[in-house]
Design a protein around this ligand. Structure first.
Ligand SMILES: Nc1ncnc2c1ncn2[C@@H]1O[C@H](COP(=O)(O)OP(=O)(O)OP(=O)(O)O)[C@@H](O)[C@H]1O
Length: 342
């Protein structure tokens, strides 16, 4: 078995594609260059001990299709032959998967690299615009998504190729800015003494923020799940949940604005993942955009920068399908790794 880093990737159909998050794994099989991928029900990562079990039971045992290649996007850095998933117990071992599941090629990408590919592949009908001017067609872009964690990737256009720039930007520091922040931040749960973006801007982070607000005001915290908090916040049914949601979109605006500055994202800042889709009305209130644009001396630049919520429920899979069909259109060699049996 040879490890290959060649960039002239051509994959043999049918191709299994998979978006492996911390909570959910979504799979489909791309049959050829034209047909819609065959989709399968969402798999909960906690329901299977290993990714191989999940693929065998939930996909291969359910179809007569025999995938020859696999393109998998995983939540975590893609290094070496054993790829740990940051927020789950699964470990991706491509060599073992090839031996046990019969693939001759496996490409593994970072999950936000796949989200970045989706930004190129999705039509406008799958985007909800949150202010700003018209996006520049080949302007740089950035994708960030609060989900089980906080994923981030850039996307740049060079030499007629879209190149995702994966990273771990969700772990950058997040600091207090207003007097209210100063009251709440001391009560946030930290990671080794630090409040990172991901400590607040993800499912767990919503609960962290909600509890910190309750503590700061010496009130009782009635909710314990992210969905309860956003539901009560959107319905204006609970004072602490309303403030949690307001601060969540404010902090998301700050971080999204910082990333827009880093990548000079004249092509747009894209919010993806399960949570953004569920809180679109809150993202459309003025707080998100105000925090996004509050970047002196660059307020004017930021006011022109478009932001979109990706509303496609399976965006990363869509990006992976586009890559599986025409790998040459995308330069995923920055972080994608390929294993092949030939
Ligand atoms: N209605 C809701 N409001 C807020 N958070 C929610 C809601 N429903 C689910 N969540 C939270 O969203 C997170 C899952 O996000 P997502 O659906 O993007 O999963 P994922 O793909 O596994 O995430 P990741 O790729 O970051 O690991 C969980 O923390 C869950 O508690």
């Amino acid at each position: 078995m040879a490890y290959s880093t060649d960039h002239d990737v051509v994959l043999d159909f049918p191709i299994l594609i998979g978006d492996i998050g911390g909570t959910n794994a979504r799979f489909a099989i791309v049959v050829d260059s034209y047909a819609e991928p065959r989709e399968f029900p969402v798999v909960q990562t906690a329901d299977f001990a290993t990714i191989e079990d999940a693929i065998q039971t939930a996909i291969l045992d359910q179809t007569h299709l025999i995938p020859r290649s696999a393109v998998l996007a995983v939540a975590g850095p893609v290094n070496g032959d054993e790829i740990d998933l940051t927020n789950s117990n699964w470990v991706v071992r491509p060599r073992e998967m090839m031996a046990h599941l019969g693939f001759s090629d496996i490409v593994v990408l970072n999950d936000f690299e796949a989200q970045a590919l989706a930004v190129v592949a999705l039509g406008e009908e799958h985007l909800e615009k949150i202010g700003g001017n018209v996006a520049e067609t080949v302007g740089s872009r950035v994708v960030l998504g609060p989900g089980t964690g906080l994923g981030v990737a850039g996307l740049v256009h060079a030499r007629r190729t879209w190149i995702p720039v994966p990273g771990e930007g969700g772990h950058m520091d997040l600091g207090p800015r207003t007097a209210r922040d100063e009251q709440i931040f001391p009560h946030l749960e930290r990671i080794e003494g630090r409040v990172s973006g991901e400590q607040v801007l993800c499912g767990r982070g919503l609960v962290n923020l909600y509890r910190a607000i309750a503590k700061a005001d010496a009130k009782e915290a009635a909710f314990s799940s992210p969905a309860e908090i956003t539901t009560a916040g959107l319905a204006q049914a609970d004072e602490i949940a309303v403030e949690t949601l307001n601060l969540f979109v404010t902090y998301l605006g700050r971080v999204a604005g910082d990333l827009g500055l880093v990548f000079m994202s004249r092509g747009g800042v894209f919010l993806t993942g399960g949570i953004a889709q569920k809180i679109v009305p809150a993202l459309k209130n003025s707080l998100f955009r105000a925090a996004f644009e509050d970047k002196a001396p660059h307020n004017e630049l930021m006011a022109s920068m478009p932001v979109y919520v990706i509303t496609h429920p399976l965006a990363a899979l869509h990006g992976l399908a586009a890559y599986a069909r025409t790998p040459a259109r995308f330069g995923v060699e920055t972080a994608g790794r390929r294993w092949r049996l030939r």
